[in-house]
Design a binder for this molecule. Structure first.
Ligand code: ZN
Length: 295
């Protein structure tokens, strides 16, 4: 297993990054937890429980975890929470919409078991309302609902410090690893709307720092605009190639294959590995469900 600890914002934010080192993975897939004044945001994956325990035990009194908030119910974000609750008596919070997902057993396919570990231990969390304070009341994070990647996902925004923890609210490229047909029912229109919402809420924050789960820390807001434009571009292209496919009289599998090839060359290797569970085709279907004029 690989653990990487990073310090951000003069050491006020500790990022605990984790990836499995399984030889079966084509590349490391990272997830992150963030520790700020005793508040832990997210709790790693089921496979990282042992490493997370070591991290928790290594913290001095000043940094002890007193509470934890979960951004969404995917196993790479909530996998360590049951351990934090049962062994350290740490209260766990999440959005109201996430609570039923967190207390259910999860049964996910092999490729995710290899990446994030198995089994997931369910737990009962408390609902977080509009904001959450860090433990010595040093910082207040507003809770912003950002549905799309997961319907219950939340971002945390510290307005005075201009810190936004948005976990999986931003992805490196919306060309691959898109769920839809599985228990990760992503929706590109909702992702787009959530990005627009973050852009609007943070419009006067010139020094905004954006923290994603394992996919980097961005020191200004430009990444939000880039992502919005990327999605707008994909949306237009999907409709353009849909028309071409219709004009050629293609249907069924050939129809989607044609659009995939035109937009992305071919289905990415993760699409094949996951038998379409996380794929370009899912993204195309989601783009086409979003009417062009709705933008
Ligand atoms: Zn996720």
């Amino acid at each position: 297993m690989v653990v990487d600890i990073k310090y951000h914002c003069s050491g006020e934010i500790i990022e605990w990054k984790w990836s499995s080192d399984s030889k079966l993975l084509p590349a490391p897939f990272w997830t992150s937890c963030f520790l700020i004044d005793g508040l832990l945001i997210d709790s790693g994956a089921p496979g990282s429980v042992e490493d997370l325990r070591k991290f928790i035990l290594s913290l001095d009194d000043d940094h002890k975890v007193k509470k934890c908030v979960i951004t969404h119910s995917h196993e790479d974000h909530c996998g360590g929470a049951a351990m934090l609750q049962s062994e350290f008596n740490i209260p766990i919070y999440a959005s109201k919409k996430a609570l039923p997902h967190l207390k259910k057993k999860k049964n996910y396919p092999d490729y995710r078991r290899i990446t994030w570990g198995f089994p997931y231990r369910p737990f009962n969390a408390k609902a977080v309302e509009t904001s959450i304070l860090t433990c010595k009341n040093k910082y207040r994070f507003d809770i912003i609902e950002i549905p799309g990647h997961a319907m219950e996902e939340i971002a945390l925004l510290e307005r005075t410090q201009e810190w936004a923890i948005i976990a999986d609210g931003i992805m490196p490229k919306y060309t691959m690893i898109f769920g839809k047909t599985t228990d990760i029912p992503e929706d590109i229109f909702q992702i787009y709307e959530s990005l627009r919402k973050i852009e609007e809420i943070t419009k006067n924050m010139d020094n905004l720092v954006i923290f994603t789960a394992g996919r980097g820390v961005f020191k200004n807001r430009s990444i939000i605009k880039e992502k919005i434009e990327e999605i707008e571009d994909l949306h237009e292209k999907a409709f353009k190639f849909q028309k071409e496919a219709q004009d050629k009289g293609l249907d069924g599998k050939r129809f989607l294959k044609y659009i995939t090839r035109k937009m992305f060359g071919k289905e990415n290797f993760i699409g094949k590995l996951t038998r379409g569970g996380l794929s370009n085709q899912n993204l195309i279907m989601s783009l086409l469900e979003w009417p062009l004029e709705k933008k």
